[in-house]
Design a protein around this ligand. Sequence first.
Ligand code: AMP
Length: 266
Amino acid sequence: MKICRTASSLKTWRRKLKSSLGFVPTMGALHEGHLSLIRKAKKECEEVAVSIFVNPTQFGPKEDFDSYPRQEARDLSLLKQEKVSLVFIPKSRLEIYPRGEEGFRVQAPTKLASILEGRFRPHFFHGVTDVVLRLFELTRPDRAYFGEKDYQQLCVIRAMVEDLFLPVQIRSCPTLREASGLAMSSRNAYLRDEQRAKAAELFHCIRSESSVAKALSRLSAHSFRVDYLEVWDNRLENKLSHAKGRWLVAATFDQVRLIDNVDRSK
Ligand code: AMP
């Protein structure tokens, strides 16, 4: 497994590569959800590259950038076991943002970036598109893999690829869950075991309640503070006023902010 810590070494590796390349961008603190993306990429591509970069531009000033879990040695050993070809783990943010604060910035389209998650984290999708476009340029993958766990992010990336004619195929992967139903997430590390079991209520609510109003009152009874709980069509173009659609939620439980979504359109 090759480990690249600079953009130039990654570009050199890429230039020499003739086989098909799958790419899985991550922020590290890897779990089975990430590994499921890598395994799908391994099935579909001859070589797989993974990036680990906690991207500062997608965090707001009061968010958890400094405390976000970082477990480099453990991540690298997991990736070695998965037999990935290359890991890009930049030695500094300048490898990705060479001009620092003064550099060019990619902006996500206003509407997609300001609904749902964007209403509460207005910087978030601009930061995500900015970093993913740069990572695509550096890695030039044939296919890139994203989890449905971050459903709006998946839609924003698809829109960017369509809108900018990027020569990469976006592949989506289902959400991996703990036995309780809680969606796996690096941020689950902030929860103790008994909190994790209780946090699974978020998933059970959006999976089974017959209306948003009922789901909201059940969540508040279980001490969740809900940012949003909405039902949309699967392209996130229209918000729906009935239950047959994709349910998306963000809520804080015991000071940990969780997001989840379930497709109930069928
Ligand atoms: P992150 O490291 O949180 O930025 O996630 C990297 C990628 O893994 C994103 O495409 C996520 O959607 C995906 N991912 C995170 N958690 C899960 C999960 N529980 N199941 C499937 N994919 C996931």
